[in-house]
Design a binder for this molecule. Structure first.
Ligand code: AMP
Ligand code: MG
Length: 317
């Protein structure tokens, strides 16, 4: 298959491919997604094949209008309405009871479905033009760092998908926060673009955090994820420079290393999330033997630290 490189002006072409059951990679404000018609089982199955994704890892369904939510879910709790008012469109995914129309390929057979109303104009236009909700995990080969540029998608999936829409770099750079709304107290299953503190402020109460569950409810908990090919160690404070390492670090620390890749600035925590995956991919292309990533402690860096810890685990477990 030849993968078409499209621009945001080619939405109609992309929407037609989606309607025909093909896969289109598309920019969102978090990372690039690999989209298919969420209501078409055959199309959804192609996502798993193209990515090499385990079948029991469910997908997020993306909508462009809150009025489409009741068709996909069995119940919308009051807390969810508050959160939608505050964070949709945006980087918050919520898990609800799944309506019967949602294919089990999307939910991986779970009784629940994850739904997000993204904010990126290209993604929104694609959903509207296709006229269907889009199932879309990150557009990388399973296990590798998520793509934040169209070129990252092509590095992993060229020839395996119908098209990629180049919408430039992703603003947030890490995936959405996943919040389970099906229990009494909402539970964060994956840290991401919306912080725990902001969620708790809007709800006026605390939420629980379960990103290490023994019985994974969220793929981000279970699988090898976000990992570069070279061995990676994540540290919270600067280390001594060594031969053979490439250090991914904030700009303020780059002078400490002979082989540094800057992924953002400490003074602006959101820039570290934005630059993380591109830096991991770039580090893999160097001739260093291993990668050290420096990410400070502190809540502002929670999502980045979470991704680095999982990427690190890949090489130690
Ligand atoms: P990806 O888009 O590849 O980053 O992965 C999809 C994400 O969706 C996972 O990390 C999960 O956190 C989340 N997800 C999708 N469906 C469900 C579900 N039914 N229950 C819990 N989490 C889900
Ligand atoms: Mg992913």
């Amino acid at each position: 298959m030849r993968t078409l490189l499209l621009t945001p002006g080619d939405i109609e072409t992309a929407a037609e491919l989606i309607r025909q059951g093909e896969l289109v990679a598309v920019p969102t404000e978090t990372v690039y997604g690999l989209a298919a018609n969420a209501l078409d089982t055959a199309a959804v199955n192609k996502i798993f094949t193209a990515k090499g994704r385990p079948q029991d890892n469910p997908l997020i369904v993306h909508i462009s209008d809150r009025r489409r939510l009741p068709e996909l879910v069995t119940h919308i709790p009051d807390d969810a309405v508050k959160l939608m008012d505050a964070f949709w469109p945006g980087a918050l995914t919520m898990v609800f009871g799944a309506a019967a129309c949602v294919p089990s390929a999307v939910t991986a057979g779970l009784p629940t479905v994850a739904v997000r109303f993204p904010g990126h104009p290209v993604m929104l236009e694609l959903i509207k033009a296709a006229g269907v909700p889009l199932a879309a995990p990150s557009g990388n080969r399973s296990g590798l760092p998520s793509p934040t540029l169209a070129g990252h998608v092509l590095d992993d999936l060229d020839g395996k998908i119908a098209a990629v829409i180049d919408g430039g770099p992703c603003e947030i750079g890490v995936e959405s926060t996943v919040l389970d709304m099906t229990g009494g107290t909402p539970c964060i299953l994956r840290l991401g673009g919306v912080s725990r503190a902001d969620i708790e402020r809007v709800m006026g109460k605390s939420v629980t955090l379960d990103t290490h569950s023994e019985k994974p409810r969220s793929p981000g908990q279970k699988y090898r994820h976000y990992a570069p090919v070279k061995p990676l160690a994540a540290v919270s404070a600067p280390i001594r420079d060594e031969r053979g390492i490439v250090v991914i670090c904030p700009e303020e620390q780059a002078h400490l290393y002979s082989n540094a890749i800057i992924y953002g600035q400490l003074s602006q925590p959101e820039t570290l999330a934005r630059g993380l995956y591109a830096a991991l991919r770039e580090a893999d292309k160097t001739d260093a033997d291993r990668i050290v990533a420096v990410c400070p402690d502190g809540e502002a860096f929670d999502a980045v630290r979470d991704r680095l810890r999982r990427a690190e685990q890949e090489h130690t477990t």
